[in-house]
Ligand binder design. Structure first.
Ligand code: ZN
Length: 242
C-alpha cells in the first residue's frame, strides 16, 4: 500500500499534550487516525477521556470530516512482562537514584512507536504524531528528540517505509502548548483541553483547578499548573498582537 503524504496517525492518550497534537494534526492533514495504548496503567482515567475528546474535536472546524478511526492496542502483557513501575503499580511516586521518576516505564515510547508504525503501515499512513517533549520533560530518555529521530530511522529501515515521526511539542514549554491550542482552536479548544484532558499521575478528577482537574501535587499537575499560569500571564500580550 502507498503511504499518503497527508494522512496521519496520532498517538492519543487523552492527556493534554496528545490532545493538542491531535488538534494540530487535524488542522494540517486531510485524514487523521488515532491510536491509544493500555499497558496496565494504575489509572484508566486518562484513557476514559479519549472518546469524549474525539467527539468534541470532531465538532470543531471541519475536523469531523478528517477524523478517522481510533485504534486501541493492549500492551499490558508485554510491559508487565518486562518490568513494572509506579505508573503500573501501587507504589509512591518519587525520584530514583538515576534522577528519573519511578513512573518511568523503560522504553515505553519505543513500544508505542513500533506498534503505531505497524498500524500506519497497514493503513497507508505516512505521518506518526506524538506529544513527546524535551523542554519540560521529567527526564524520560524515550521523550528525547534524538530518540525519536533514531526511532524514525529504525522503523523506516525495519519496515521499508518512509514514515515521518512528528513531535510538534518537542521544544515547547507547557505555556507554549496552551498558546498552540489557542492558536489552533481558540478559546474553545483551550476550554476542551482544560475540562476534558487528564494529566494527573494519581488519577484525581475531583478537584477543578483553573488549569483543569488533578491532585495539584504530583509532577504532572505541578507542570500543568505552572504552564497554565505562565500562559495566562502572557495572554494579554499575545491577544494584543493579533
Ligand atoms: Zn496530580
Amino acid at each position: 500500500m502507498t503511504q499518503a503524504e497527508d494522512k496521519a496517525l496520532v498517538l492519543f492518550s487523552g492527556g493534554q499534550d496528545s490532545t493538542i497534537c491531535l488538534a494540530w494534526a487535524l488542522a494540517r492533514y486531510a485524514w487523521v487516525e488515532t491510536v491509544g495504548f493500555t499497558y496496565g496503567q494504575r489509572h484508566m482515567v486518562e484513557l476514559a477521556c479519549r472518546s469524549p475528546i474525539r467527539a468534541q474535536l470532531s465538532k470543531m472546524k471541519d475536523w469531523g470530516a478528517r477524523l478517522g478511526p481510533d485504534h486501541m492496542v493492549d500492551l499490558t502483557g508485554a510491559i508487565k512482562a518486562v518490568g513494572s513501575t509506579a505508573l503500573t503499580e501501587e507504589a509512591e511516586i518519587c525520584l530514583t537514584e538515576e534522577g528519573l521518576p519511578n513512573t518511568f516505564v523503560p522504553g515505553r515510547n519505543l513500544f508505542f512507536f513500533t506498534a503505531a508504525a505497524a498500524i500506519a503501515y497497514r493503513r497507508g499512513l505516512r505521518r506518526i504524531v506524538g506529544g513527546m517533549c524535551e523542554t519540560d520533560f521529567s527526564g524520560y530518555p524515550d521523550c528525547r528528540d534524538d530518540t525519536i529521530k533514531a526511532m524514525q530511522l529504525a522503523l523506516n529501515l525495519g519496515m521499508q517505509r518512509r514514515f515521518i515521526l512528528e513531535t510538534p511539542l518537542m521544544w515547547k514549554s507547557k505555556a507554549e502548548s496552551f498558546a498552540l491550542a489557542h492558536a489552533l482552536g481558540g478559546p474553545e479548544l483551550v476550554a476542551l483541553v482544560v475540562e476534558s484532558t487528564h494529566s494527573c499521575y494519581l488519577g484525581e478528577r475531583g478537584i477543578r483547578h483553573p488549569w483543569g482537574y488533578g491532585c495539584g501535587q504530583c509532577p504532572a499537575c505541578v507542570l500543568r499548573a505552572k504552564g497554565w499560569e505562565e500562559w495566562q500571564a502572557r495572554l494579554p500580550t499575545e491577544l494584543g498582537k493579533r
